[in-house]
Design a protein around this ligand. Structure first.
Ligand code: MIC
Ligand code: SF4
Length: 648
């Protein structure tokens, strides 16, 4: 039988298990990378394993998120990450070198390989024909320690592309917005999106990477493109021709489902507040006033994105009442556009140039004013993420963004009366690796430096046979990890300090949560109730560690997002789903509930009876844990489990 690309790569990396959808499969991983906001925890956890060196062929520690250095905290994290990388044999990408996904694409991504990253947008590498998956920090640490990466074999969906984009006004960003419009933020759960069809040839690697990057918003495990001539062209242009190999699905490959997109029919699209799947055509919003435009982020900050924007801005002016912020994705891109005079076109037009980092995307500066409209070429517009609770954040292509920046209001870019030349993919990129510090052979003299804000990793006590706890919060569908554990300049510096960061859990939904949880912890702990797709979005494991620290014992939801479900298990919190979704509103905030005989349920059919002691009613919930996950939960999570194994 013919194989699809996913099966080919999985087969070549299989450590154990079957490639049957839903069953556990262990994969040998080629590359692991971390970024600073999730990386401090990851490396602290790696350190706790007591190994001498990482056991994967390539590990990279990037710094790109926490770049606002308001005090000692962020720079201390950077020093920790640099010294810990040096100590354990990883590359270190210095602050200023760029956003991890863009830099990784330029420097390390290679067809046929498997990479894990402690960031949900790791699938960017899928544009290069690799399997690149976002994971929680502890999962990454365990793999760096030499274990295979285990996941439930996803279903593979084919996105069949035909035709050609109507350039320059329609871009790869519009394609992924169209996919999100059709499939929603839940559409990819448990799936890998494999792109194919003749339309693939119309897209170059960085365009493909925009699509796979934002494929994370579908909830998909990852997305992947074939590796073909265009992949070879890009790899040659970045000086890595040797990393190329051809990769295509067999003619008779099987897929769970197929989605057809004619690139020629795609229009300029825009995601409206507050979800990346709330997508309409830009045209339908014509006339809406825009106050801020941000161009860049890991989704759209390649040389192509920057050059196209510069060509649009050249000789023109940013609208009087609007702010334009630009963050190029990597130092190499920045250097190249500077050399070619493109930054000067941007500056002359009135753009505020930011450093190569995540910046406004994660609320690290660049917050919009009260109630303002911000249009961004980024991938997430969750409420409050920009740093301003009542801001209206929209997502669109860099081309659309640049046009809106000049017009000051929404307009279909095709109707703005602006002409530009077509973009030509360069056959040679600027290459400069001076901010990428390679691993050293002899690390014996290296000392890991930890500033005062870097605190020990917290550990949970083993699972109890009876959970008696208070319902702390009941929530709706699609709760994001930004809702659970907000980011932004106030909170991010505490990523290496769990007691401090836990004060902010659910802050934007219910500011009393942390206090109430701490009270409930004294009486057996708390329970959180959610709807569908609980924990979508960012991979931040702080959305599990901090609730664990606050005594949350279980989350009961209609369904969970993949990375967050793993993170909950890794930190000893039971992820339970309603047996009957209509029981969702039976237990309410403030109710005391009991789950008895947890162990026999865990070993049996994984159905548990929940008694609402306040209301005197019962309902059933279940778990779908595999053998390893059950073991982890019994011990209180992956850290106590690994420690016990190492000690035995
Ligand atoms: C994000 O885009 O939400 C982040 C910030 O990059 C996160 C990681 C984090 O919270 O540190 C992600 O996407 O996983
Ligand atoms: Fe950084 Fe934003 Fe990309 Fe996350 S989505 S990695 S915050 S640029």
């Amino acid at each position: 039988m013919g194989k699809n690309i996913v099966e080919k790569i999985f087969e070549a990396h299989r450590a154990y298990g079957e490639l049957t959808a839903g069953s556990p499969v262990g994969l040998k991983v080629d590359q692991v990378y971390t970024q600073d906001a999730t990386g401090t925890m990851t490396w602290l956890q790696f350190e706790a394993m007591g190994l001498d060196r990482v056991k994967v062929p390539l590990a990279v520690s990037y710094v790109d998120h926490n770049m606002l250095q308001q005090n000692f905290m962020n720079p201390d994290d950077h020093i920790f990450l640099q010294t810990v990388a040096a100590k354990y044999g990883a590359y270190f990408s210095k602050p200023g070198n760029g956003i991890c996904h863009q830099v990784h694409l330029e420097q390390f991504a290679a067809p046929g390989k498997i990479a894990l990253g402690t960031d949900s947008h790791t699938p960017t590498g899928g544009g290069m024909g690799m399997i690149a998956i976002g994971v929680g920090g502890l999962d990454a640490a365990t793999v760096m320690g030499g274990s295979p990466f285990e996941l439930a074999m996803p279903k593979v969906v084919k996105i069949h592309l035909t035709g050609k984009l109507n350039r320059p006004w329609v871009t790869a960003m519009d394609v992924i917005l169209e996919v999100l419009r059709r499939l929603t933020v839940k559409g990819g759960v448990g799936r890998i999106m494999e792109y194919g069809g003749p339309g693939v040839r119309d897209l170059n690697v960085t365009e493909r990477a925009t699509i796979t990057n934002m494929g994370a918003e579908l909830g998909a495990t990852t997305s992947i493109f074939p590796s073909d001539k265009r992949t070879k062209f890009y790899l040659t242009a970045v000086g890595r021709a040797n990393d190329w190999m051809e990769l295509a699905a067999d003619r008779n490959a099987k897929y769970e489902d197929r989605i057809d997109i004619d690139l020629g029919g795609v229009e300029p699209m825009i995601a409206q507040p507050h979800s990346p799947d709330n997508v309409v055509t830009v045209k339908s919003l014509a006339g809406t006033k825009v106050d801020q435009v941000c161009i860049g982020s890991c989704t759209n900050s390649s040389y192509q994105a920057m050059k196209t924007v510069a060509m649009l801005l050249k000789g023109r002016t940013v609208s009087e009442n609007l702010n334009l912020l630009i963050n190029p994705g990597s130092k190499q891109v920045y250097e190249m556009i500077a050399k070619e005079g493109l930054t000067s076109d941007m500056i002359a037009a009135g753009a505020r140039m930011l450093e190569s980092s995540c910046g406004p995307c994660i609320g690290m500066g660049g917050a919009p004013g009260s109630g303002q409209v911000s249009v961004r070429s980024y991938n997430r517009n969750f409420k409050g993420r920009s740093g301003t609770k009542d801001a209206q954040v929209y997502l669109a292509s860099p081309v659309t963004c640049a046009v809106l920046a000049m017009k000051g209001e929404m307009i279909d870019p095709r109707e703005a009366g602006i002409e530009i030349r077509a973009f030509k993919e360069p056959s040679k990129y600027t290459i400069n690796r001076n901010f990428l510090i390679p691993p050293k052979k002899d690390t014996s003299a290296i000392k890991v430096v930890k500033g005062p804000n870097i605190k020990e990793v917290s550990v949970k006590e083993p699972l109890k046979d009876t959970i008696e706890a208070e319902v702390l919060l009941t929530l709706g569908d699609n709760i994001t990890t930004d809702d659970i554990m907000p980011a932004g300049s106030k909170v991010l510096p505490f990523r290496s300090n769990i007691p401090a960061i836990s004060e902010f859990v659910f802050e934007n939904i219910d500011a009393t949560f942390s206090k109430r949880a701490q009270e409930a912890k004294k009486q057996g702990g708390g329970i959180v109730i959610g709807g569908e797709n609980y924990g979508q979005g960012s991979s931040r494991e702080h959305a599990a560690i901090a609730p664990m620290f606050l005594g949350v014992q279980a989350v009961i939801a209609k369904s969970f997002a993949r990375i967050h479900r793993s993170n909950l298990i890794n930190f000893g919190i039971l992820p339970l789903v309603f047996e009957k979704p209509e029981d969702y509103d039976k237990a309410e905030k403030g109710d005391r509930i009991a789950i008895k005989s947890v162990f026999s349920s865990l070993d049996g059919d994984q159905t548990y009876v929940v008694e609402d002691l306040t209301k005197g009613i019962t309902f059933a919930v279940k778990s779908t844990l595999n053998g390893r996950e059950k073991e982890l939960l019994r011990k209180g999570g992956l850290l106590p489990y690994t420690r016990e194994k190492a000690g035995s």
